[in-house]
Design a protein around this ligand. Structure first.
Ligand SMILES: NC(=O)C1=CN([C@@H]2O[C@H](COP(=O)(O)OP(=O)(O)OC[C@H]3O[C@@H](n4cnc5c(N)ncnc54)[C@H](OP(=O)(O)O)[C@@H]3O)[C@@H](O)[C@H]2O)C=CC1
Ligand SMILES: Nc1nc(=O)c2c([nH]1)NC[C@@H]1CN(c3ccc(C(=O)N[C@@H](CCC(=O)O)C(=O)O)cc3)C=[N+]21
Length: 187
């Protein structure tokens, strides 16, 4: 916490400074930076032409670095947002109401086909190593969502690997460029 407080607001490219998070949560206020992973999720929805306004969204996970800011961002985009966490009763039933699902839990294949409303759009943030003797590394990466089952029900889903992970890196570069431009009064 003291480290996060010590980061200069102008260089807070992760968007984790309490003042940036506070501004993200407030109407009529603008954070200097938006956290990279949630920003990448919203960017994916925009770039692929999915409307967020008025949609039901469920965010699974409420961490400071992904779930919580993702829920705030969806709300800023005029979605109606529910947050599912480890103490949620009936997570499956709540998730099944969503037009947009963002999952950031860290549990391989937790979200099954039966959790998904037909036609829903799924952003799978989870990066979970699972043992795989056939892979050269001895493991492979899977998301929080059972990809094969989800493909049968959802209208779109981000893969793992090759989905949100690379977007996080792209957003970090984008925030870093913005930071440098601001410091040097560029544009
Ligand atoms: N693609 C990317 O760029 C990134 C990927 N990740 C990946 O995303 C995943 C989540 O990361 P992070 O947010 O940091 O993880 P945390 O462990 O900080 O948070 C996990 C969240 O999931 C909730 N949770 C845990 N188990 C369950 C369950 N059974 N049902 C419902 N909710 C549950 C927890 O609830 P509670 O709050 O009640 O404990 C918590 O809010 C990981 O796989 C991580 O590797 C993370 C960052 C970036
Ligand atoms: N302050 C902070 N900021 C973070 O951004 C942050 C963090 N803490 N804690 C850990 C998580 C994890 N994370 C990933 C980002 C990209 C990939 C990524 O690009 N993965 C590749 C796969 C790479 C491979 O194959 O090994 C992919 O999904 O295609 C993975 C994981 C950022 N995190």
């Amino acid at each position: 916490q003291s480290i996060l407080n010590a980061v200069s607001m102008e260089k807070d490219v992760d968007g984790f400074h309490p003042l940036n998070i506070g501004r993200l949560a407030m109407r009529g206020r603008e954070p200097l930076f938006i956290p990279c992973t949630p920003k990448g999720c919203i960017e994916l929805l925009h770039r692929y032409g999915f409307d967020i306004k008025g949609k039901r969204a469920v965010v699974i996970g409420r961490s400071n670095i992904v779930g919580m800011p993702a829920a705030l961002l969806l709300q800023r985009e005029d979605a109606t947002v529910s947050i599912v966490h480890s103490r949620t009763k009936n997570p499956e039933e709540i998730t099944r109401q969503a037009d947009i699902i963002i999952s950031a839990v860290g549990q391989p294949n937790m979200v099954r086909g039966s959790w998904i409303k037909p036609g829903a759009v799924i952003i799978d943030v989870g990066i979970n190593p699972v043992e795989d003797a056939k892979s050269p590394r001895g493991y492979r990466l899977v998301g929080d969502v059972c990809y094969e089952e989800a493909c049968e029900v959802a209208s779109a889903i981000t893969p793992v690997p090759g989905g949100v992970g690379p977007m996080t890196i792209a957003m970090l570069l984008s925030n870093t460029l913005t930071s440098a431009k601001r410091v040097h009064n560029f544009q």
